[in-house]
Design a binder for this molecule. Structure first.
Ligand code: HEM
Length: 378
């Protein structure tokens, strides 16, 4: 697609409630930048683009509002995600990483997704939100159900139904938290949202959508990042040795993993408000467009040797966290988690090796490993 500079039209599944018949996917870096930065020609108001109004899930969240409502919702929680605020989780993440790794020893063969990449971000996000750890298995199951229906290329009637049920169950769980079913920690996001609904700054549905979005976006993507980064470092031993000899390259290794195997391969869609030209392609009003971030991040016009994994790549202006007004609120949190995860793993088991074929989830939207067989060695 990139070479031909040809957008791809993907029709919506008949069960989809969007007014547009499908969405256009655009693949170059320049097109992705345009789509992510422009808030004049597009609307992100999901509810307005549906035939049947807002749906449970993310519709009432910041991600699917136009300005100024988007900024208002984002600013209610943004301070908690600034780099300095996020650093207070370093100890928690590092403690959890050590505990997870302590369950295994040299000589073990195991699946690192299940044993490490998956539980670590879930432990962190439940801590930040203020949801009891006992809810982790159900949260994980519901999140997986949503992920499986995020891929426009593979959705079916049945994945739609599963996703709708998962949104409903997550809504019930978050509502219970807002209603006081458990007492969240003083500095938790849940407590803040509870207070904001009590003083009518937020509607209940907005608080539920915010919690649901932060839970989902806050761990599904980071699982993908930690898994990919570990895989890439051990599939490219010369890059791993470079990192082990130069620990300062850790941030570079994470940024390069985000570029090379972008956890979200596509942006969320925007709907055109008027006639618009995007880098030579013309769209009328009411059409949906989305940027293929995974492709933009391999655009040879921007990245030399775009298909090589190089942890010392500089500069690395990847778009894995989006750009513009809707850029990822959780980028510092996920980068912190990934840094600690990789550092702790290399400290404990730096001489490990891949123990078979790693499998990617069959999903063209979330790029995440299904399993990562490893043989542990110190
Ligand atoms: C490797 C990890 C992550 C990746 C690759 C990622 C990717 C992205 C991308 C591409 C967007 C923009 C979507 C668009 O414009 O269409 C986004 C937005 C967002 N992300 Fe992340 N994300 C990650 C981690 C997180 C974490 C840890 C959280 C929360 C704890 C989070 C919460 C959000 C939220 C709330 C938005 C919407 C922001 C807005 O509408 O203003 N993400 N993310």
């Amino acid at each position: 697609m990139r070479r031909l500079n040809q957008p791809l039209f993907v029709p919506h599944h008949p069960a989809d409630t969007n007014k547009a018949p499908g969405k256009w996917l655009l693949s170059t870096y320049a097109q992705a930048q345009f789509i992510l930065n422009d808030t004049v020609h597009f609307t992100k108001n999901n509810a307005a683009s549906r035939t049947r109004g807002p749906e449970p899930g993310f519709d009432a969240s910041m991600l699917f509002q136009d300005e100024p409502e988007h900024r208002r919702l984002r600013s209610l929680v943004e301070d908690l995600f600034r780099r300095t605020a996020i650093n207070r989780y370093a100890e928690v993440v590092s403690g959890n990483a050590k505990l997870l790794l302590a369950e295994h020893e040299c000589g073990d063969t195991l699946d690192l997704v299940q044993a490490f990449a998956e539980p670590l971000p879930l432990l962190t996000i439940t801590e930040l939100l203020g949801i009891p750890k006992t809810k982790m298995p159900i949260l994980r199951r519901l999140s997986r159900a949503i992920t499986s229906a995020t891929d426009d290329l593979t959705v079916t009637e049945s994945t739609y139904a599963t996703k709708a049920a998962a949104y409903k169950d997550l809504g019930v769980l978050m509502q219970a938290g807002l209603n006081g079913e458990w007492e969240p920690p003083q500095d938790s996001l849940l407590l803040r949202l509870r207070n904001l609904t009590n003083d009518s700054t937020l509607r209940q549905d907005q608080a539920i959508a915010m919690l649901t979005l932060l839970l989902f976006a806050g761990h599904e993507t980071t699982i993908a990042l930690i898994g990919s980064c570990l895989y890439l470092l051990f599939a490219h031993p010369e890059q791993r040795r470079l990192l082990q000899a130069n620990p300062d390259l850790l941030t570079g290794a994470i940024e390069e993993s985000l570029r090379f195997e972008s956890p979200l391969q596509r942006s969320t869609f925007r709907m055109t408000l008027s006639d618009i030209a995007i880098e030579g392609h013309y769209f009328g009003p009411g059409e949906q467009v989305s940027a293929i971030l995974g492709s933009a991040n391999r655009d040879e016009k921007i990245f030399s040797n775009a298909h090589s994994f190089r942890i010392d790549r500089f500069p690395n202006p990847h778009l894995a966290f989006g750009r513009g007004n809707y850029h990822c609120i959780g980028r510092h949190l996920s980068a912190l988690e990934a840094r600690i995860a990789i550092q702790e793993f290399l400290n404990h088991f730096g001489k490990s090796s891949l123990a078979g074929q790693a499998q990617w989830q069959p999903n063209s939207f979330v790029r995440s490993l299904q399993n990562l067989p490893f043989h542990l060695g110190a």
